[in-house]
Design a protein around this ligand. Structure first.
Ligand code: ZN
Ligand code: ZN
Length: 423
């Protein structure tokens, strides 16, 4: 068995807002630089994309899929939207299963026009789950906590959302707005494996793999993925890596025009209308989780650690204090790190500090801060991203934390009255 870095949720160029560079040879080449071993195929049910996949990905007889240059592995994947406006992440064993699923959904969705990479299916979560499982696939909620298009936007429970198929759901995708720490505040979630995926719309290394899951498998195939997700006691999901949810645009409840923040109670009393600018107040992910939480900070035995991180180019940009992530200095230093350590993920997660220091000590310091969890966030809200405050030592982290609390720029956590740290 080996461990593989998996990013299992992508979109192809036939979904709206996706880069035209999002093609298998580019995805494979860039994923290799990033350090991803396994990618989702994206948009498996869209006709033109399906053709592209069949031409560019080879299926071996042991259920393993690879690009022609054998740079990375692929697992057949698609995201669908149901009639409750929830997005679901679907994995299938092979191309034939995709054709069968598509056939069984005929008349219920439009698959083959532009913008339909993520088809809208006129069926509920329960009926879609049934069809996916009949086709030999697995399904779970995508970005389960976002305020739009997610299971927790419309339901109090994943199990209830899927009705009689609830027992067949084994994973949920955390999405950029939640981490393990938050998701496990809801009792029911302690039964699910968590996937962290990028949901990427472009193939560049500061987009793909900005969230990924490390999974132990014999070989990177659908069958092994299914096992890892369903047989939790084997603890084959070994690490989740992703953004800190406080960086998310909808973390706190806030006005979507002037970004003023409100407590849930204030927002309700104001009838979700901002008193300062008459803009509308959007409920934050943090408050939604608090509404559903049993107030306990518990993790199941099989839960792996969660490492908060941001793409290496962003860390370099911060360390060198440069305006743009596309600046030549940032890009050339990114190259230096990737050449030295083979991949971006290796530099971010696994490489020894002494060796990172040899390339650039300022960048090494910031990478270490993420590994140690010495990062505070001025949380986002109302559509405005949060901002990281990266500290160089534990002492600085603690001092900065007290300062930020005093200035009320960060809030206390609802559980245990402390700011959220690394889990
Ligand atoms: Zn989605
Ligand atoms: Zn406002």
């Amino acid at each position: 068995m080996s461990e593989f870095n998996c990013d299992l949720h992508f979109h192809g160029p036939y979904s709206s807002g996706v880069s035209k560079h999002m093609l298998v040879p580019v995805i494979a080449e860039q994923s290799k630089l990033k350090g991803l071993d396994v990618c989702g195929t994206a948009d498996l049910l869209q006709g033109t994309w399906f053709k592209h996949l069949k031409e560019n990905i080879l299926e071996k007889d042991n259920g393993v899929f690879q690009d022609k240059k054998e740079q990375v592995y692929f697992i057949p994947q698609v995201e669908v939207q149901c009639n409750k406006r929830i997005h679901h992440l679907v994995f299938l064993p092979d191309f034939a299963a995709a054709e069968n699923l598509k056939e069984s959904l005929k008349g219920k969705a439009v698959f083959d026009s532009w913008g339909c990479g993520r088809p809208v299916i006129r069926l509920g979560p329960e009926e879609i789950a049934e069809k996916v499982i009949d086709a030999g696939g697995i399904i779970g909620p995508a970005h389960a906590f976002t305020p739009y298009f997610s299971v927790y936007a419309f339901f109090d429970s994943v199990r209830k959302a899927y009705g009689s198929m609830g027992e067949k759901i084994h994973f949920l995708e955390l999405g950029l707005s939640a981490d393990t720490h938050y998701a496990d505040m809801i009792a029911e979630n302690r039964e699910y494996q968590f996937l962290t995926c990028s949901d990427s719309h472009s193939p560049w290394p500061y987009r793909i793999g900005r969230e990924f899951t490390r999974i132990e498998m014999k070989q990177p195939s659908f069958k092994e993925l299914k096992k890892a997700l369903e047989q939790k006691e084997e603890k084959r999901v070994t690490l989740n890596v992703g953004l800190d949810p406080r960086e998310g645009k909808y973390h706190m409840t806030a006005c979507n025009a002037c970004y003023s923040r409100f407590s849930l109670e204030q927002a309700r009393n104001l009838n979700w209308r901002c008193p300062k600018c008459r803009g509308s107040i959007k409920r934050g992910v943090r408050d939604r989780i608090e509404m559903l939480s049993d107030g306990k900070e518990e993790h199941p035995d099989f839960r792996p650690p969660y490492m908060h991180s941001v793409p290496l180019a962003e860390i370099i940009q911060i360390a060198l204090d440069v305006q743009s992530i596309n600046a030549t200095t940032v890009q050339s230093m990114w190259q230096d790190f990737v050449e030295r350590f083979g991949t971006e993920i290796n530099a971010l997660v696994d490489a020894p500090l002494e060796e990172l220091r040899e390339v650039n000590p300022r960048v090494e310091q910031k990478i270490n801060a993420f590994r140690q969890g010495w990062v505070h966030y001025i949380p986002g809200g109302g559509g405005n991203y949060g901002k990281p405050v990266i500290c160089n030592s534990k002492e600085e982290f603690e001092r900065k934390g007290r300062e930020l609390l005093r200035e009320e720029r960060v809030g206390k956590d609802f559980a245990g009255q402390k700011t959220l740290g690394q889990f």
